[in-house]
Write a protein that binds this ligand. Sequence first.
Ligand code: SAJ
Length: 431
Amino acid sequence: MNFDTIQVGIFGLGHIGLPTAAILANNNIHVLGADVNTETVDNINKGLCSFKEPGLDDLVKKAVTNNYLKATSNLDVAAVESDILLVIVPTPIDENKKSDLSFVISACESIKKGLKKGNLVVIESTVPPETGINVIKPILEESGLKCGEDFYLSYSPERALPNNTIYEMTHNVRIIGGYDDKSADLTANLYSHITQGDIIKVKNITSAEMVKLMENTYRDVNIALSNEFALISEKIDVDVNEVIRAANYHPRVNIHTPGPGVGGHCIPVDPYFLIELAETYGTSARLISDSRKINNSMPQHVVDILLDNIDDVGDDFVISILGIAYKGNVDDIRETPSKTLIELLKDKGFNVVAHDPLVSDNVIESFGVKSVSYDEALDADCVIIMTDHDLYKDITPDMIKNNFIIVTRPILDSNKFRENGVNFQAIGDID
Ligand code: SAJ
């Protein structure tokens, strides 16, 4: 394909779709982004980005100003007008923890209507293994065109870390699983315009789908292991994070960091796709299921730490949550453990307020709590740090007005606080 003349259609302009579009467009490739959210589309056409990601604002502005990036809310038009079609839409889980492929299917239905001979379709959305072959290929072939002969199909998982997306997307190794050799070759050529990293081809589409799920499940299971270490350590006189740091000096050990649970749009979701796959084939995913349960139980554990440290308190006892974002230095609240903690505390009748330097007041208040200033949050009867934002790393004992803090991330030195008379309780380090 001649990248000077073709157009790439990107279906889904979220946290991964938009950076992908902007990087390609800044490499002088014409990109037409498609998204059902008209506000997102309007913003992009004005050169604006609807969420925070370092470096992205500039890339989007430049790409739009130079006429290499346009956006539309008409997915059918994007399908007709594009030669390479990338699907980067979300795949949530439903209330039964089963994958909801409706966005992927809807994008593929649009692509089917515009599919032309010679087109390449690449799926980046995270999906249960075999979705490409059993769900996506049949939809696309309803066009009358045949995969591997008339059009080409691949799967390539996105693996960039939020808050470092642009760097990782342009430097990480890219994994490709093609329907056939030509699909894989065309896809490798496409990603050579995005990443300087190596491009690794795996056996087929299903293998590439599996790669993504194994990576995120590996992390979830390891975080669960560290959380289990924390729960055990709380029973004895150790600080689990000190122990983990020491253990990680071993050249073949890499224990993850305990915390208040796992958030974000991928790690707490993707393992369920493997559990679903195992069930489909009558096998089980015991370790993966247990890990999900352990990580999901961590907000309740934070409540238990609180309850162990208070007797009967009156209605005027205020708890402040420091950090609503799912991890440090991002404004992203998807699947954030803070939401679960707030619900648990409110169910118990506590008066809860919250602060986050990156999340807007409206979003914080959509969780049913008052958004308060930093000073007000530090004035609460109990301060609970949920997110490892840089701002919170500078908290000193004198800032904790009522001398009671629960810390769920290893960002503060317990000794300093305890020496100064603060009741300092931490996950994996109970005083
Ligand atoms: N967390 C811990 N302990 C740790 C590491 C993380 O409790 O040791 C928590 C974080 O606080 C957060 C959650 O886990 O709540 C997930 O954070 P993360 O930084 O591990 O991952 P994400 O969700 O921001 O991005 C992950 C990445 N996957 C892997 O590292 C294997 C990223 O590369 C993927 O592109 C992304 O998922 C995705 O989109 O799949």
